[in-house]
Design a protein around this ligand. Sequence first.
Ligand code: UD1
Ligand code: UDP
Length: 367
Amino acid sequence: MKKILVVFGTRPEAIKMCPVVKSLKKNNEMETIVCVTGQHKEMLQSVLDVFAVKPNYNLSIMKKGQTLFDITQLILEKMQAVLQQETPDMVLVHGDTTTAFATALAAFYLNIPVGHVEAGLRTYNPHAPYPEEFNRQAIGSMADLHFATTQQAAQRLLAEGKKENSIFVTGNTVIDALRTTVQQSYTHPVLEWLGDSRLLLMTAHRRENIGAPMQAIFKAVKQLVKQHPDIKVLYPVHPNPAVGEVARDMLGNEEHIKLVEPLDVLDFHNLMARSHLILTDSGGVQEEAPSLGKPVLVLRDVTERPEGVEAGALKLVGTNQKAIVTECSNLLQNPAQYQKMSKANNPYGDGHAAEKITDILQERIAV
Ligand code: UD1
Ligand code: UDP
């Protein structure tokens, strides 16, 4: 029987790969093995628990304040042993993390074919997002199969010279995940704290935003709650110490701002569905929000997700304090503009991406 090794290591990869694992495991003609690198620890475990996925391997590489050298070195070294032990027919990696890059490199060194899920995202600026733009381009140059999320992503891969019969448009598996998490009847203590206020949900973690840009974001949020007494901000703080220390220092004592530990994905998706507006530098959140009808102000200067901007669901506001306050205030005060953004179409597929990926693998591998 042909064997697929699915590898992931961070929260967003786990959210987007668990639907793939679940779908592959229903297929009797391929064996599915799951290896997590443990680039994230608590945030990864929380997703595995929600989706009830039990990995066969956990490389447990995370260190507090890890560097890109730490992650790359440890994965390369530990992945070699897993690949040699399992000799899979294909390794599936996801997106643009260092887990995905180092795993693809290890597979490439051992001449094991690589399948790239969420392929074809690009900014063509190697410093934004950093190091993700490099990671995904490098993975793209090693991959044998490219599972593109949209037609635009597929066109980019074609333009880069990838073979047409190696590219498949599947949609984004994050929509598959959302179909299983968002519930009609849902309660959470945060909703009591919220009362009649409008909820601004916020996340911020990108490496290139750490430092002055993140401080400007925090100043803008402080100014916004002063100017708009009917809003409350919920901010699940990423566990990176470089983010948390500044967040607690600058926002910790505000009555209308609640800093919480990272939420499990079930809570996050349900609170997103009950929010008014989202401020984020996250990639995954930009893909989820349009299908929940929530406008997103993107705290970045460029995005590899232009489909969401073109559909009208996302607006790039960057990290300038004044620009964030102005754009956010516009949406809070202008119902017509708000409605326009919230009614935009979701460009990321129908929530059946994982099944499409399984069918393609069945056709290409299990023969
Ligand atoms: C990583 C990815 C980024 C992705 C993000 C999703 C790379 C280079 N970066 O960035 O593409 O957008 O994940 O969140 O692959 N930590 C914990 N517990 C956890 C997770 C993280 O304590 O469960 C802390 C640790 O101190 C760790 C630090 O956060 O050293 C940073 O984690 P790391 O994976 O290096 O970077 P992220 O910013 O999370
Ligand atoms: N998310 C979550 N809990 C949180 C914040 C985010 O489960 O407290 C989810 C969110 O729904 C999305 C994913 O995490 O699916 C995004 O991860 P992150 O922003 O860390 O990484 P990125 O997508 O930018 O790589």
